[in-house]
Design a protein. Sequence first.
Length: 309
Amino acid sequence: MKVVFAYRTGQKAMGGKAMRVDQMAAMAQAHLSGRYAFEVALAPKSSRPHACRRFVEACTDAIVIFHKSAASNLGPDMRASLKQVSAGICVDHLDVIAGPLEPGFVDVHIAASYEAERNLSRGLTALDPTPGVQVRHLRHHADPRLAEGSVPVDKFQLGYFGLPDNVVLPPEMAETGVVPGYDGKGDVSAFIAQLSDANFHICTRDPSPSLTRGILSSKPFTKGFNAAAVRANVLVNRQVHDAEYYLGSDYPFFIDSTDTCAISDGVRHASAEFGGAQWEKAQTRMASVARQVAPSEVMAELDKILRLF
């Protein structure tokens, strides 16, 4: 059976989005090609009817997995046509609630985090009241471009890897840590390579208070997953979605808030513990995280979703 990962213009080029479209398709091809054929396709805009028809024809008898709001491109008439000819429709919400879409169009709502799975399940009546519609978890993965276990081991090295607006970073840490310039645009290969330059990653974040169609937006713990891939420990506040699930509530370098003082104290604590028992305990937890988000584990969850059709 064919599986089509569908994206919309502007969703595919950047790191986070490519991680969930191109990289997911590549992992699926490597692990599940014995049962499925995988493709990545642009969901064209409804203003291009010929392209929309070609897209629908190409998805005949296929399972279609739309990335975030990509299905909105097609328009209601083409979505109705696609529903008639496809083997199944999934929407991978990632960190947003995609829509509005017609009731009954989606067979499976895919959640990239356990927090999102809970939120989607609670809000399913508002999202899609059609009987039989399901919510399934498909964990995110670390970026496969990262070199496993590549961080320095001889000294404590702090780093933050993400958009500046997503972290409260004390000025002195911005000066002494590895904080590569990052604006969310363009080629991120050099940025990805620098994740291996630090063995302690700041992963603090205030959960989004915004509501989308009555459902709280959730984000997968991707900074933690990438840190685990290079075998770095992390500083993370307990409010970060899924952090306690993956790390355990007694992970040594949790902090209780994103206040500047809390972050500064957390970094000083980790630095003082470098190479000691607490550092090694954290390393064990991060190794466990790396195993849980390995491609084989992610693909096992995808396989369960595809077997529904």
